[in-house]
Design a binder for this molecule. Sequence first.
Ligand code: FAD
Length: 418
Amino acid sequence: MSSHHPDVLIIGGGLIGAASAWQLSCRGARVLVIDKGQIGHGCSYGNAGWVTPCFAMPLPMPGMFIKSIKWMLDSQSPLYIQPRASPSLAKWLWRFLRSMTRRQMLASVDALVELSKLSLAIYRDLDIKARGAFGFSQKGLLMLAQSSSSMTAAVEEMKLVAARGVRGLRISASEVSTLEPAVRADSILGGVFYPNEAHVEPLATVRHLIDLASGNGAIAQPNTEVLDFVGDNGIVRSVLTNRGEISAGKIVLAAGSWSGKLGAKLSIKIPMLAGKGYAVIVPPPSKTPSVPIMLVDRKVAITPRATSLRIAGTLELVDLDESVTMSRVHTMMCGARTILDVPANPCITEIWRGMRPCTPDGVPVISLAPRFSNLYIAAGHQMLGLQTATGTGMLVADLVTGSTPCVDPEPFRAGRFN
Ligand SMILES: Cc1cc2nc3c(=O)[nH]c(=O)nc-3n(C[C@H](O)[C@H](O)[C@H](O)COP(=O)(O)OP(=O)(O)OC[C@H]3O[C@@H](n4cnc5c(N)ncnc54)[C@H](O)[C@@H]3O)c2cc1C
């Protein structure tokens, strides 16, 4: 295949682009994936690695209005909205506030749980075919509460997802320490255990999906940045990159947090803010957890790895500002220390930040772009881009090839923002 005339050009080599490339290549399409940097080195590089349908809540939730005002004033809160005078931020926040209804939240949970369950099934199948290739482990997930309000919230979420086929069990503090001896029982009130949830290594997952796509003839080209589009009459003919012009029959925009700005070049409205989060890698503590843990009060995610521990969290709604706020990293580490024997000054081997692509209603856009007949959008997966990637890839391939969609595509329509 000439890399300049693919059937489908995918912009963005993160989890969403890689999963779409794999699924499209399975259906015989000649696929080219391009990325402005290294493949898989965007938000998909160092996330917590969870594939957890139980954790399928959209960002805007009922009752968050007052909280979000407080968050704007507290730079240490788990969710921080960076205040600034910007019309796009104002519009995004207005849609975010409007999405905080129970009706919208339930509709979003339906869509996100369904896509997550499908994705988990695909990951499990991929692991069976290539054991250990991307660190898939299905040992469950512990949500731990340190206050009664968090316990109530965790149980409410458990009921919400149970009604959608995701099993969870409420457990006491002593049951937690029997199940997971690394957790200090006196540091928590109790929690919820979800036995069927899984975790993976995120970068290895991108690489595995790209390898599978390459096996079907796809090409992945790093260091190729899309600068502009050439098109007319609702058709994108080609993209202009720093490495020349690339024409393609169909184009999938899977550029994560950068998709809003790229879409704007074609006057497509994809309201998108980056939800910056951090992850640090530390050596395993003396007692290492065997399952991933979410500290509900502090929104800190802890994931066991082969020879280390990943501690991830915080969500700062920013406009592609990639700076690192060390105080937030420390707050996250302190959170982990409240339940585990992590030393006060652990030898941190990596500090990473990633830009979660956040739409104001918390639901990704997976759809044909409004007014275009050959441009598709697959972006805006907020905190759930890994756990919904393989299902997203399948839906993208269904839409691009005109097949029956694997899930109801309606909640993911781009046109909802027009
Ligand atoms: C701390 C943290 C923890 C997380 N934990 C989890 C988790 O446990 N489970 C989960 O499901 N999700 C998690 N997430 C969210 C998840 O990482 C994202 O939703 C997901 O990575 C988004 O994938 P993507 O492919 O859309 O974006 P990205 O991985 O960011 O990929 C987009 C790519 O597009 C490229 N690009 C941008 N502009 C251009 C251009 N002009 N030309 C060419 N290429 C371009 C970028 O370089 C990038 O590589 C976490 C996120 C963070 C920050």
